[in-house]
Structure formats: C-alpha cells, structure tokens
Design a protein. Structure first.
Length: 435
C-alpha cells in the first residue's frame, strides 16, 4: 500500500466524490471563503481527528483556529454531514472491490464508549466502563462502510436506536437484515423491525433466560419441546394481534414516514404498561419473532457465522474510527449535545473517506498483480479488510500541498468475477431457510 496522509486522502476523495459541495452557510448562499474546497477539507480533517481547531492551527500552515472554528460552526450541520457521508457510501457501493465484502443488504449496529467531560447534558457515568462519556452507535454495512452514526447517553438501552439508524440512512445502500449485540433482543424492537420489513438478527447470550412461545396450548414438538417450558403455557395471543393489527401498522407507517421517532416510540413501548393495548400487541408480535429467530440461529450454522462476522466487523470499525480520532486523547471536548453529535459525524465522514480510499488502493494493487500474471480469487479478496492503517501517516506537520493537486480519475472496475461469492451467499441462505 502506498503511504498516504489523511489530508491527502480527504483531498482526493473530495475531488472524486465531491462530498465537500454539500457544505455551506445555513442561508444557502455561496460560501464567502477564499478557498472553500481547502477550508472544508481541512476542517473535516481537524474535526474528524478530534484535534480541535486551535491545536490544529499550530500544526497546519496558513489557517487560524478562529477560521477553522467558524467554518465548523457556520458551514457544517448534522444534516449536511449525513449527506456527505451518504455520498461516500454511494461511491463505495459502486466499486467492484466492495462486492468482495458484501452486497449491502446486511448491516450491523453496536456501540462503543467515548470519553467526554462530565459537566454536560448528555454525558453519564457508564456502569459498564466505569467512567463518564457517551456511546457512539454506528450502523456498519457488510461492505465495511458506515451508513449512519448516533451519539447517545450511556444509560440508554441501545436497542431503541437500531431502527432509527436504518430509517435515517439516506444512501443508496438499503439493508434488509440488521445484526446487533445482545441488547437488540427487546421484544418491541423485534416487532417494529418486522413490521418495517427488517430482519433483526442479534447476537444472543444467556440462552437459559430465553422464553420460547408456542403458537397454541395444544402444540407440542418432538425434539425441542423442552425449550418451550411447561406444556400449555407460554402461548401467543393471536386474537390480540389480530384486533390491534391495523393500529400496529399505522404506528409502523408513522415511524417509517418520520411522524414519530422510532427511538422515542421504542422507549415508550419498552416502559409501557401491560394495560396498554399497543404495548401488549407489540410485545406479542415481538414474542413471535423472537421465538422464530433463535430457532433459526440454532439450526443454521452459516447464519451463526454471519452473525459473528457482522459483530466482529462493527467492532473492527469502532477500533478503526477511534484510531483516526486520535486528537485530545480521544476525549470529546464539546459539551453541547449537537456538537457532540457533529463530532461523531465528522469522524464517520473521515473514516468513510479512508475506507473508500483504501478500497481504491487495494483494487489498484490487485490490477498490478493481475497484469503480472497472478491469479486472484474473489475468496482471497473477501478476507482483506479496508481497515488498514500501516500506510497512513497521522502525525508530523500537516502539509496542505496536496489540496492543490488534481488527482486522476479513479477506476471503479476490477477484472475479478465476484459471482461465486454471491452464489455462495444464496446457497447458505437457502440452507438456512430449509433448516
């Protein structure tokens, strides 16, 4: 891999994808900056690495801390950052090399702790980590790139944000299967995901505590009846589901159309009263889906491998994004929740740019090997991750000379047949359905 700098990576990807054009003043007018391209690239670098504008100005010639701070506050918003992230996701999806890693139909979500100062509205002391901060909660595609990122308090049940990230994803990549950690097992989350057309497949632990539900009191099974507990108990109330089905669909459509936030809905359902018909109906649908999914998990070995691989992928992304966010020892210095959310978006934009650039570098090396007569199997490329860091120079004086270099157009094509990988996925999916 050729040696790269982060500013160089951002500059080239900005030229190729033009994500920098998403940014500008809130008025919608043209930015009154001498060099908006350079300013936006440098600001993304500074905020994405968590350096801080005034610290970064000591290492970057030609800019001041005030200029960087002003640009980040007045020209960047959460909405615009999401649009720029989506531009990189779309460009990444059009690369042939991305087919080695997936087809974009699967996404994994998992949180990681981020250090903050304690004296702000969002930070809490994490019981799990024993220190103050918040949770970065990204949705990572099976092609390794981040579709959406949240910043949430430590005390929040992470599962309520699983659906929110999928609904707010504005890229062309539209996953239908979502993997999560154990916190994704909530019955209302299973229900809402099913009603919205998503296949929720969380990683499950504490199997002894799971309750399996029978479709009727008379139902018995030959080999797995012990999983369902005492005969005649733990049955699904189909009449309740039928009587509330129209209301359930109205609620699901409201969440899909943005009339109500899915995270707000799930928070209310999770703490809902048993006397509330909507809560009990969601719970009942969730019981059905949460009974079926663990049975699929038990009987489908390829599915278990996919769930584990998805969990490992999102863990690797969290480590990769934190490696890039090296400034201020990884502590988020902003106390404003909006600025904290923007910090996560800046880091996701930088991380996606590096992933996209690494994918192009990998593809170029593969082309060179093919020209030399090497045989490259798609299975070989499937084991390569774009989370490569050895060739990236993070430190030293941050030169801006690469901002003025117009890169050659990149080639998204790669002379490798990835059909066997997709056929293998279809075969394992068929085996899972048969099981």
């Amino acid at each position: 891999m050729p040696e790269r700098t982060l500013i160089g990576i951002l500059s080239r990807t900005a030229c190729w994808v033009e994500w920098w054009r998403r940014f500008g003043p809130a008025s919608g007018n043209e930015p009154k900056l001498q060099d908006p391209f350079g300013r936006y690239v440098i600001t993304t670098f500074v905020k994405g690495t968590n350096m801080g504008p005034y610290e970064a100005a000591r290492h970057i010639p030609g800019v001041s801390g005030h200029e960087l701070s002003y640009t980040a506050n007045r020209h960047f918003s959460i909405v615009l950052l999401n649009e720029a992230i989506a531009d990189l996701v779309n460009a990444h999806a059009r690369l042939d090399i991305s087919q080695a890693w997936g087809d974009g139909t699967t996404v994994a979500a998992d949180g990681t702790h981020m250090d903050t100062y304690l004296d702000n509205l969002l930070a809490e002391t994490s019981v799990r980590y024993g220190k103050p901060g918040g949770i970065a909660y990204p949705h990572i595609s099976d092609t390794y790139i981040a579709l959406f990122t949240h910043f949430i308090p430590c005390g929040v049940w992470e599962a309520v944000y699983i659906i929110e990230g999928l609904l707010k994803n504005t890229s062309e990549v539209k996953p239908t299967t979502v993997h999560a950690d154990t916190q994704g097992q909530s019955q209302p989350v299973f229900a809402l995901a099913h009603l919205l057309g998503f296949d929720l497949m969380p990683r499950i632990r504490n199997w002894k505590g799971l309750t399996f539900y029978r479709p009727s009191r008379q139902t018995e099974y030959v080999h797995i009846d012990a999983l369902f507990g005492e005969p005649g108990k733990n049955t699904i109330d189909w009449e309740l589901i039928e009587s509330q089905f129209r209301h359930l669909m109205r609620v699901a459509i409201s969440a899909r159309e943005g009339a109500i936030s899915s995270s707000t809905l799930l928070k209310r359902l999770r703490s809902g009263s048993r006397k509330n018909a909507t809560y009990t109906a969601f719970r009942e649908v969730g019981r059905v889906i949460r009974t079926v999914q663990p049975l699929r998990y038990l009987s489908d070995t390829p599915l278990r491998r996919r769930v584990t691989a998805a969990a490992n992928k999102v863990e690797a992304f969290n480590g990769f994004s934190q490696w890039l966010g090296f400034g201020n020892r990884g502590v988020i210095a902003d106390n404003d929740p909006v600025e904290q959310e923007k910090a996560m978006k800046f880091n996701a934009l930088l991380t996606n740019a590096v992933i996209f650039h690494n994918a192009l570098d990998i593809a170029e090396i593969v082309r060179q090997l093919l020209e030399e007569g090497w045989e490259i199997a798609p299975e070989d490329l499937a084991h390569i991750s774009p989370y490569l860091t050895e060739h990236i120079n993070r430190f030293g004086e941050y030169s801006t000379h690469e901002l003025g270099i117009q890169p050659d157009a990149y080639d998204p094509k790669l002379d490798v047949d990835f059909t066997p990988l997709r056929e293998q996925d279809l075969t394992t999916a068929g085996l899972g359905q048969a099981a």
